[in-house]
Design a protein around this ligand. Structure first.
Ligand code: FES
Length: 132
């Protein structure tokens, strides 16, 4: 049998333990199931008015339609979190007067960041707003 020096044996044992525990740690920290897709709001495409908006007050989300294109905006004001209202010309915050265009861009402060844009998917004439 080969005579392996004690320090080399200790090194190999330590390395094997580190690799083994690293594998277990990786398995513990990574999710085993892909993150579930979370639908925040859902509506038939026909319910979203052209050049208008369909508002989900409780979810604080609006679906806006420009021609054939539908997008979703979060209605949480980026200043201090009040609920933004959709008006004929854009969106406005009743708390401190911030105004946003229909793309969510800031037109007037004090808000300094755009409204959040949410992911939208459409299938079989139904539009879904997804979280994240
Ligand atoms: S919370 Fe909307 S402008 Fe202040």
């Amino acid at each position: 049998m080969e005579n392996i020096p004690q320090s080399r044996r200790k090194f190999i044992t330590t390395l094997a333990l580190l690799l083994g525990s690293g594998g277990l740690l990786w398995r513990y920290l990574t999710p085993t199931v892909a993150r579930r897709r979370q639908v925040v709001a859902r509506a038939p495409r026909a319910d979203v008015p052209v050049e208008g908006a369909l508002i989900f007050r409780q979810e604080r989300v609006a679906l806006l339609r420009e021609g054939d294109v539908i997008h979703a905006l979060g209605l949480v004001c980026t200043h201090l979190g009040c609920t933004v209202t959709v008006t004929g010309s854009g969106l406005s915050c009743p708390c401190h007067g911030s105004r946003f265009d229909r793309q969510g861009r800031v037109l007037k402060g004090p808000a300094d960041r755009p409204l959040s844009r949410l992911k939208v998917e459409e299938m079989d004439g139904v539009v879904e707003v997804l979280d994240g």
